[in-house]
Write a protein of this length. Structure first.
Length: 406
């Protein structure tokens, strides 16, 4: 195109060029798991390591879900299925989400996808063109940037101020909007801070999206893990119902991370386009996993309620322990399975703190710098370990911090 200088294609050793989009899936986000990866290698080598650097629930998938998958396997549910997901699952998702969000959801609006990350990718593919800007609230999950880059978009970060307990400010978002902005990607309940939306936040988002004609992509994978209050979804707002894409997952709510099943809910004709995109990329999901997911949503919820209660009890114990340590502090999150620990009082950067803590004590925390500059100086601690392990980890962290103070 005349007057436009494009970057040179990346080339392999063979001299064959790669697509320019592979540049978009690298960057800082790909470095986010360095401490975690090192901790896993130490663990595999037999070292005494407590890994609190990833959000993988330590609970087993509830037995009724596992039994349903086994029965479906034995029943021959191993063939192709509908690209949009089996109808009983879409109906179950619509009912479950409709209950927690307080809205009526048509199953035709729901598409089952191979994990929440896949749901995000197909959503971006359907609502953004190469060069479009997507505003992301930071701290942001590290894969958001690569997903946007892979679809040809440009991520624009808007910081959630730590001094305001990481709550959003519509004025900050509006300042980042220009003529190329196509979508706003939010994540509430929030990873890693655990903050949630209030009605005033949603009203502000609705006004912005309407006035600037934006799509709102709402990542709500922690909607079932709220401790304080109830889940408020932007999709319930009358001015956002026709422009909000909701992403959900079974990973956290039902301890099904490895099952790789998520879903996306979209308004109007967009649901049909998403279904066709899923067909192009995945050609449908795994039938026996979808059968099990129906049981997850329609069967007894006693085990999932017990998991939520356990996360809340762990939260309370660890927050109290951390706030008793000199140089560290943290707020009790309203939802989710993470704590954000402010380590700036120790005089160490978060990566230095995390690496030295791992080397000296065997405790692995994730430096939150990987989630964006607004999280610099914070560490993310995952509550995905039994209370005894968390107590031992807190004892080790306390000894480490005491050594720093000396």
């Amino acid at each position: 195109m005349t007057g436009t200088s494009l970057p040179r294609p990346i080339e392999l050793a063979s001299g064959l060029p790669l697509a320019r989009r592979v540049d978009g899936i690298a960057g800082e986000g790909s470095k986010a798991w360095a401490v975690h990866s090192r901790a896993r290698r130490m663990e595999e080598a037999g070292e005494d390591v407590i890994v609190l650097s990833i959000g993988d629930p330590d609970f087993d998938t509830p037995a009724p879900i596992v039994d349903a998958a086994i029965d479906a396997l034995r029943g021959g549910r191993t063939h192709y299925s509908a690209a949009r997901g089996i109808e009983p699952l879409r109906r179950a998702i619509a009912g479950h989400y409709g209950t927690i969000a307080g809205i009526d959801v048509d199953p035709e609006q729901v598409i089952a996808v191979n994990g929440g990350q896949a749901a995000l990718f197909v959503s971006l593919m359907c609502v953004t063109d190469p060069g479009d800007r997507v505003i992301v609230l930071e701290p942001a999950y590290p894969t958001y940037g690569p997903a946007i880059g892979a679809t040809g978009g440009q991520m624009v970060s808007v910081a959630l101020n730590s001094e305001r307990d990481f709550r959003l400010d519509p004025a900050d978002i509006e300042a980042a909007i220009d003529g190329s902005t196509r979508a706003l990607l939010i994540n509430f309940p929030h990873n890693p801070t655990g903050t949630t939306l209030c009605q005033r936040d949603i009203d502000g988002l609705a006004e912005l999206c309407r006035r600037h004609d934006l799509w709102l992509i709402s990542d709500e994978v922690y909607a079932d893990l709220i401790f304080d209050g109830r889940h408020l979804s932007p999709a319930a707002h009358p001015d956002l119902a026709d422009r909000t894409i909701v992403i959900g997952s079974f990973s956290k709510s039902h301890a099904m991370c490895g099952w790789r099943l998520g879903w996306v809910m979209a308004p109007g004709d967009l649901a049909g386009h998403l279904g066709r995109m899923v067909e192009c990329v995945f050609f449908g999901g795994v039938p026996f996993i979808q059968d099990a997911a129906v049981v997850a949503l329609t069967g007894p919820q006693t085990e999932t309620a017990a998991m939520r209660a356990a996360f809340q009890a762990r939260r309370d114990r660890v927050v109290a322990a951390v706030n008793a340590m000199s140089g560290l502090s943290c707020q009790a999150p309203a939802a989710g399975m993470f704590l954000m620990i402010d380590s700036r009082g120790t005089g160490l950067s978060a990566p230095d703190f995390a690496n030295r803590l791992l080397d000296q004590t065997g405790v692995a925390l994730l430096p939150a710098d990987a989630f964006g500059r607004s999280a610099a100086g914070f560490l993310r601690l995952s509550l995905s370990a039994p209370e005894a392990k968390l107590e031992e980890a807190c004892d080790r962290i306390a000894r480490f911090v005491a050594g720093l103070n000396r």
